[in-house]
Design a protein around this ligand. Sequence first.
Ligand code: 3PG
Length: 195
Amino acid sequence: MPVLVVREAADAAPLAKALIAGGLPALEVTLRTPAALDVIAAMAEIPGGVVGAGTLVTPQDVRAAKAAGAEFGVSPGATDALTEACLEEDLPLLPGAATASEAMRLLERGYTTQKFFPAEASGGAPALKAIGAPLPQIRFCPTGGISLSNARDYLGLSNVLCAGGSWVAPDALVSAQAWDEITTLAREAKRLLSV
Ligand code: 3PG
């Protein structure tokens, strides 16, 4: 899943089309730029994609993301206020956890699918594999420090559903509006699943 930091709303539609064309329809737009909500709204109009809002930290973020058209949310960690806001707004959430205790607390709230973040800094694939031994009922989407070179380490784990990262749409290529190159990166990422 591409983790997107988009500065210009005008880039939203061509970027979404480039990623969808490369086989990656689930798009996480991080709320890290002033344009992010406009980017979500623009991407939500593109056929074939499923647009979510990332970097949800507060209930206000959740409400704004939902109003902009996000179909799911992603958060680096989780608080009661955040998960309650997602329930109130009916926004499916991929909440972040980095430790067994965090994962267990989220499991108590019913989250059987979680984001493992920051993946590489938290011990990488070996740490996630170790967490999976006692907690096999949780599926993870690791993000943070993942790229083409190490994604397979994660995707091979039985408790990993997908992996996310910014490497498929790097800042330099988005700024250069290098949509074809982004489609190529998306294809390469998609191919990780079939090899
Ligand atoms: C995230 O929010 O998931 C991470 O910031 C993505 O990390 P990356 O830029 O290392 O892929």
